[in-house]
Design a protein around this ligand. Structure first.
Ligand SMILES: *Cc1c(COP(=O)(O)O)cnc(C)c1O
Length: 355
C-alpha cells in the first residue's frame, strides 16, 4: 500500500446516480453519465450504468476507448479533432460538433467502416465556448449534413456555465427547444436529442422551471458529488463524500507563520501573502499541486488549515487540531471536482476502489 492514495466509494456514487437519474427521468430527461473526471475508469463507469444512465460520455477519446466494452451508446463530448475522426467513429456512437469540415471527415470515415455516426450540433447560447452562434450558419450545416451518407443528425445541444459562467434558465432552454422545433419543421425530420447542458442545469429540475423542453442532460459533477453546479447546492438524497484523499506526514515542526527575508515569487510564479498567526505547528504532507488542487480538498479534521504548498508538498497548520499528529501519520481530505480530475490523472496517486 502506498501514499498518497485516494479512495473511491462505489456505493456512494451508485446511489448518487440513482437519485439524480430518477429526478431527471421524472422530467422525461435521459442522462449521459460523464466519465472524464475519473478518466473513464471502467469500474466507476459500471456504477453509472448500474445507477441507470442511458449513455456514457467523455471529452477524451482515450477514455472512451477504456469504455469500449460497455454496451450502451457512447458520446464524444469535446468537438472531435480532425486528426482523431477515425477513432471517434470507432469508439463513439455520437459526437458533439460545430464544424462542418469535421462532420464531413466523420461521415467519410463512417462510410468506410460501414457505420452511421450520430451528430449533435452544438448551439452557443451565450457562454462562448463551443457551438454555432448564428442560426443561419447552423441551418447551413444542417443542410449539408442531410446530404451526407455516414452521419445522421441526432439532435442539438448546448453547453453553459463552463467558460462564461452563464447559468441556464427557462428562456435559454426555450431558445434551444424552439430551435429544435424550427429544424424539425423546416427539414421534416425528428430530432431524437435536445441536450440542455451539464450539472448546472439541474437546479431547474427542482424548481419545475421549463426543463421539460429538453430531453437530455450530460452530467458529471452532479453524479459523482451530488452537487448541482450553478449554485453549488447538494441535491437531496446524495452524498459528496465518495472521493477521499489520504496523504502522509513527512515533517512536523513549530515554525513562524510568516517567512523570513525578501518575498519574491513562489514556485508557480505568484507572489504569496501570509497571515501572521505567530508560531504554529506546521505539517508537511507528501502530495502536491501536480496531483491535486489545494482549493479542491477539504480536511476531514476540522482543526486543520490548508496553508498552501508547491508541486510536491502540501503544507498544513495543525495547531488547532485535537489530534496529536506524528510523522508517518495519515491526514484525510474530502475531494471536489478539480482535485478528483487531477488525482485520477496522476500516476503518483494510488487509487483504491471500495466496491
Ligand atoms: C464535462 C462536460 C459535461 C459535464 O459537466 P458537469 O458539470 O461535470 O456535469 C457536459 N458537457 C460537456 C460538453 C462537457 O465537456
Amino acid at each position: 500500500m502506498s501514499y498518497p492514495r485516494m479512495t473511491i466509494d462505489l456505493n456512494i456514487i451508485r446511489n448518487n446516480v440513482k437519485t439524480v437519474v430518477s429526478l431527471c427521468n421524472k422530467h422525461d430527461i435521459k442522462v449521459a453519465g460523464v466519465t472524464k473526471v475519473f478518466c473513464g475508469n471502467p469500474k466507476i463507469a459500471q456504477a453509472y450504468v448500474d445507477g441507470g444512465v442511458s449513455y456514457l460520455a467523455d471529452s477524451r477519446i482515450e477514455n472512451l476507448i477504456r469504455l469500449k466494452d460497455f454496451q450502451i451508446p457512447k458520446i464524444m463530448l469535446r468537438l472531435p479533432m480532425k486528426s482523431e475522426v477515425e477513432k471517434v467513429v470507432e469508439y463513439a456512437d455520437i459526437s458533439l460538433n460545430s464544424e462542418i469540415e469535421t462532420i464531413i471527415s466523420l461521415s467519410e470515415k463512417a462510410v468506410e467502416k460501414g457505420k452511421v455516426h450520430k451528430i449533435i450540433l452544438m448551439v452557443d447560447l451565450g457562454d462562448l465556448r463551443e457551438g454555432y452562434y448564428s442560426d443561419e450558419s447552423l441551418f447551413q450545416s444542417i443542410e449539408k449534413i442531410l446530404e451526407l451518407k455516414g452521419v445522421r443528425l441526432a439532435g442539438i445541444g448546448t453547453n453553459l456555465t463552463c467558460y462564461g459562467g452563464v447559468i441556464p434558465n427557462k428562456e435559454i432552454l426555450n431558445r434551444l427547444s424552439s430551435l429544435a422545433e424550427d429544424i424539425e419543421e423546416k427539414y421534416k425530420i425528428r430530432l431524437e436529442i435536445v441536450s440542455g447542458g451539464n450539472s448546472s442545469s439541474i437546479h431547474l429540475l427542482t424548481k419545475d422551471e421549463g426543463i421539460e423542453v429538453i430531453n437530455n442532460l450530460r452530467l458529471g459533477e452532479s453524479l459523482i458529488l451530488g452537487r448541482e453546479a450553478a449554485y453549488g447546492k447538494q441535491i437531496l438524497g446524495t452524498d459528496a463524500g465518495g472521493f477521499k484523499l489520504q496523504a502522509e506526514i513527512i515533517e512536523l515542526k513549530e515554525k513562524p507563520s510568516v517567512p523570513t527575508g525578501e518575498i519574491g515569487k513562489d514556485a508557480f510564479g505568484n507572489t504569496p501573502t501570509f497571515v501572521d498567526r505567530g508560531v504554529r505547528k506546521r505539517i508537511l504532507c507528501a502530495v502536491g499541486k501536480q496531483d491535486i488542487d489545494f482549493d479542491n480538498i477539504h480536511p476531514i479534521d476540522e482543526g486543520i488549515i490548508i496553508l498552501g504548498g508547491s508541486s510536491d508538498h502540501l503544507i498544513l497548520d495543525g495547531s488547532d487540531s485535537n489530534i496529536d499528529y506524528k510523522v508517518g501519520d495519515i491526514v484525510e481530505f474530502k475531494m471536489t471536482y478539480v482535485s478528483i480530475l487531477r488525482a485520477m490523472t496522476s500516476e503518483f496517486i494510488e487509487k483504491i476502489i471500495l466496491e
